[in-house]
Design a protein around this ligand. Structure first.
Ligand code: HEM
Length: 210
């Protein structure tokens, strides 16, 4: 058992397999849905969306609540390469691909719900006589999350690559340039932490309030 639990690949793949069997057993065996049913895909997508959202926002909160505030407490001579060269690049990998998968599953969920265009246009694509508050509400949440996704891929990740010289592509940058890139990444990461809280009101409330 310890050999299994000490290998994260075994644990992750087995957990995914158990989850899929659980979903299929209840969705098809008990509730009677088939692969062709929209409700089956809705439940599968909601699961995949929340799972990848946890992967993304979990790392965002790790950076903002754990790593960034505590780094200055480690004396300069004890910092070494552990965080900058090993932990942070690994965390950034799961962080940015979690963000990508969250975006893809979120857009698929909106397509599955039949309101992708209505939500992204904040209700403007609806018949004005029948404005649909849910479309405005989830649309605001989707745009907040899309801005966050953009920040991850086009601001935080490129700047972290420079700050930490990931992949040894920025060896020519001096300490001041690295510090400036790190500061930009931090400010956008903090902005995403801020946006994540109202964004989740829309994500979690859309099915409940409307
Ligand atoms: C990146 C862009 C994103 C898009 C396009 C998106 C889109 C959506 C959509 C369309 C729904 C279904 C709402 C409904 O009708 O019930 C939803 C639900 C949800 N989303 Fe997102 N989302 C995004 C990011 C996120 C993030 C970052 C999180 C963080 C964990 C998140 C967490 C959730 C949760 C918890 C639900 C509710 C699931 C449920 O009640 O079954 N989403 N999202």
């Amino acid at each position: 058992m310890a050999a299994f639990l000490t290998n994260i690949r075994y644990v992750a793949w087995t957990a995914l397999a158990v989850a899929v069997v659980f979903l299929i057993y209840f969705a098809m065996g008990v509730a009677g849905y088939s692969f062709g049913d929209s409700a089956f895909w809705e439940s599968a997508l909601r699961w995949g969306h929340v799972l990848s959202g946890i992967m993304w926002i979990g790392h965002l909160y790790y950076f903002n609540f754990t790593q960034i505030p505590n780094m200055p407490k480690i004396p300069e001579e004890h910092r070494g390469p552990a965080i900058g060269k090993v932990i942070a690049p690994a965390a950034l990998y799961w962080f940015r691909w979690g963000a990508m998968l969250t975006l893809i599953t979120g857009l698929l969920l909106a397509i599955n719900q039949g309101y992708l265009v209505q939500a992204l246009t904040l209700g403007a694509a609806d018949d004005p006589a029948f404005a649909v508050p849910k479309h405005i509400f989830i649309g605001v949440g989707m745009w907040l999350a899309i801005v966050m996704w953009f920040n991850v891929w086009f601001i935080i990740w490129p700047n972290q690559q420079k700050a930490l010289n990931i992949g040894d592509r920025y060896a020519s940058l001096d300490a001041a340039q690295k510090a400036a890139a790190g500061k930009t990444a931090m400010l956008f990461s903090r902005t995403n932490t801020f946006l994540s809280v109202p964004m989740l009101v829309a994500m979690t409330g859309a099915s409940t309030l409307f």
